[in-house]
Design a protein around this ligand. Structure first.
Ligand code: PM9
Length: 486
């Protein structure tokens, strides 16, 4: 038999399709101006290929849709809740679950239960909603991720790892009594979708057990993290992602979950716990903020889709194709020397806006400007993950200046084909070739919390002039004998 490497293909075929709309450059100029240069404020109808997020954007299977028809919409004790709880026990191993409307609902309840004003919460890099809930509860987030995570060029295979010395230093500095838990995020989002290793999690467990500190896993993309462990960590290659996920969870005290990512559903989340006393407290809080403890803001049909999604999402062939598609796009960009975060992560390719647009200073929002430029170029929608997302320091009120100034091209699960990835790569490369024409932005409206969602911008004077000159260029997509062209 030939030893030649064989291609992988998606482990499904397509039954239902949703048409996409192409637009002209002139149309997009108006659209992005009306959206105040913030891709969150665009109408989705005006987007060609939507890589804003992998959150709630997956295509469900026929098995999941069939489950939607079996929604038990009883106020209390829906059979779908029990199915979901069984699946969480089977694959994640946590005995207690409290459904929530999405991940931040679980983060809110966890923070309210465990954080006292003045506490410190270490984590392997911040995530926007996670840190916001920690701060709302009176806590302070402390970053204990390895330094390599802040370097987009470092090829460290586990850039999601905790730096154990940083964790121990924090314990020495503030005292274990003031650290209710460490937040251990899988596939670290703001670092580029970077995994942690099982060996690192074991070390964290050891330190936390010594000091009586809990570990809460942000399991939003834990299955994708498990895939990287299987690929890279010594001794894990023959194991299934399901076995690795079980090991990851066994080392933790519970998890918060946004089911909108790994779990192939459009809405929903949960908080999972080992401790019965904490579970009872969470049940009290969920009825205040989300809904009864057997639905927590989700419809019965949505819980059924999630229960079925868990079974599908943990399959090795699904994860191979999902992450394979992300890698495919990343390698296309690397081949053209476009600066991206390496290693390529699990759910997205991250453009390194600092190296892409070195002429734009960070306080002129280079990553935000690049998302606008990419949309103008081709109708591809991406998300800023830099200074705008980082927000302001609650004490000093100053911008936080993150080392990473990134644009995230986030791939929804089971939605786009490799041909879409080719178009995206061509669009990014076209922007890269014209990068000196892209200018900075000025923020004209700034919400107090999670500003990236609704902030408004306008181009700085120099770029505004270039944009006006470009107005005569009505490029868009058109078809010629060789296919679609930009
Ligand atoms: N992540 C994302 O696009 C959606 C909202 S932020 C633009 O990446 C982690 C690691 C996440 C996450 C959401 C949440 C919150 C928690 N942890 O959006 O509330 O990536 O379901 O989850 C988004 P929900």
């Amino acid at each position: 038999m030939s030893k030649r490497r064989r291609s992988w293909a998606e482990p499904y075929k397509i039954k239902v399709v949703e048409p996409l709309r192409m637009t002209t450059r002139r149309y997009r100029e108006r659209a992005i101006e009306q959206a105040h240069y913030n891709t969150f404020l665009l109408r989705s109808e005006d987007v060609y290929i939507d890589l804003l997020t992998d959150s709630g954007t997956a295509a469900m299977s026929d098995y999941q849709w069939a489950g939607m028809m079996q929604g038990d919409e009883a106020y209390a004790g829906s059979k779908n809740f029990y199915h979901l709880a069984d699946m969480v026990r089977k694959y994640y191993g946590y005995p207690y679950i409290v459904p929530t409307h999405q991940g931040r609902g679980a983060e809110h309840i966890l923070a309210k239960m465990l954080i006292r004003p003045g506490d410190f919460i270490p984590g392997n890099m911040y995530f926007t909603t996670t840190r916001a809930h920690q701060e709302l509860a009176g806590g302070t987030f402390r970053d204990v991720i390895v330094d390599q995570a802040h370097d987009p060029t470092s090829l460290h295979p586990f850039k999601g790892n905790v730096d154990i010395h940083k964790l121990e230093r924090l314990i020495d500095e503030v005292g274990a009594d003031n650290i209710p838990y460490i937040n251990m995020q899988a596939s670290v989002n703001m670092a580029g979708g970077q995994p942690f290793s099982l060996a690192n999690l074991r070390q964290v467990r050891q330190v936390c057990t010594e000091h009586g500190i809990k570990i809460f896993l942000d399991a939003t993309r834990a299955m994708e993290n498990a895939w990287f462990i299987k690929m890279v960590e010594p001794g894990q290659q023959e194991r299934s992602c399901a076995q690795i996920l079980a090991d990851m969870c066994a080392l933790t005290d519970g998890c918060t979950m946004s089911g909108k990512k790994d779990l192939l559903v459009n809405v929903g989340g949960f908080l999972a716990l080992r401790d019965e006393r904490l579970y009872r407290k969470a049940c009290e809080l969920v009825v205040l903020y989300e809904g009864l403890h057997t639905y927590g803001g989700m419809a019965g049909r949505d819980m059924e889709a999630m229960a079925r999604g868990i079974e599908e999402a943990i399959q090795d062939d699904h994860l191979a194709a999902r992450i394979g598609q992300v890698q495919y796009l990343g390698h296309k960009l690397l081949a053209e020397k476009v600066p991206i975060v390496q290693p390529i992560g699990g759910h997205a390719v991250y453009l390194d806006a600092a190296r892409f647009l070195p002429h734009i200073r960070q306080h002129e929002f280079p990553a935000q400007a690049l998302t606008a430029a990419l949309y103008l170029e081709s109708g591809v929608r991406a998300m800023e993950r830099g200074i705008v997302s980082a927000g302001r320091d609650p004490v000093s009120g100053e911008h936080r200046y993150p080392k990473l100034e990134l644009v995230r091209l986030t791939i929804p699960r089971r939605v786009y084909t490799q041909a879409h990835m080719d178009v995206v790569a061509e669009s990014v490369i076209a922007c890269y070739e014209q990068r000196t024409n892209i200018g900075g932005l000025e923020m004209t409206y700034e919400p107090e919390t999670l500003r990236f969602f609704q902030a408004e911008f306008k181009p700085l004077a120099a770029w505004a002039t270039t944009l006006r000159q470009e107005e005569s260029r009505t490029v868009g997509y058109r078809r010629d004998a060789s296919g679609f062209k930009i």
